[in-house]
Design a protein around this ligand. Sequence first.
Ligand SMILES: CC(C)(COP(=O)(O)OP(=O)(O)OC[C@H]1O[C@@H](n2cnc3c(N)ncnc32)[C@H](O)[C@@H]1OP(=O)(O)O)[C@@H](O)C(=O)NCCC(=O)NCCS
Length: 195
Amino acid sequence: MTTRHDEGPVVLHGRIVRLREFTLADLDGVRGVIGDNRVAHHLSFNTRNAEQARELLHTIVEQARARPRSEFYLAITPRDADRAADNDRVVGFTRLQRTHPYSGRLVYAVAHAHQGRGYAGDAVRTLLDFAFGTLRLHRITAAVGPDNRAGLALVENIGFTREGVLRDHVHANGAWRDSVLFSLLAPEWRRSRED
Ligand SMILES: CC(C)(COP(=O)(O)OP(=O)(O)OC[C@H]1O[C@@H](n2cnc3c(N)ncnc32)[C@H](O)[C@@H]1OP(=O)(O)O)[C@@H](O)C(=O)NCCC(=O)NCCS
């Protein structure tokens, strides 16, 4: 499937965040998210040390060049920072993984110091516009740990439907955990945007 995004880097503007491609200069920002156990604990991989974070960043930058593209790992940068210089700083990421021509998987995370400001909600809504609009996906899923209050609230508030529990879905930091599987369909998203 060829879509307009295949022509170049993705930049998406939300209300208070901008989503942009990662560059190799974003290592500190990436470490602030996946190197912090308070955040990584809720994701599906072990907390990353500096070298592992560097490797992941290389992989993200590499995958963004692949065509056709199936990985949209985008940096969340604030548009509301007090200093203009901070507006390009990475405060989190959203990841949309196209698992099929018409479906995708969503992951999101924001650095601990920047949580509670609405960044993740705005970033995910902005990415969903891109996914259902530009990419023309039909179904997007998100798998969230059953004890992850903020992670659950985010998808529930957006209007995802709870489908069930994936047992022992994730093995990270030495333990298995279940995930609650959520989905959102394109017509549901369009209806919610019209309200
Ligand atoms: C989940 C996470 C991304 C939220 O980031 P954030 O920038 O603080 O989120 P926001 O400020 O945009 O809040 C999102 C929504 O969740 C709600 N929320 C946030 N924290 C909450 C909490 N502790 N309890 C209940 N609701 C909460 C907000 O009210 C908001 O609702 P709204 O969109 O209707 O206003 C962040 O806590 C995080 O990175 N957690 C670790 C990674 C993770 O859990 N990812 C999800 C699995 S993929």
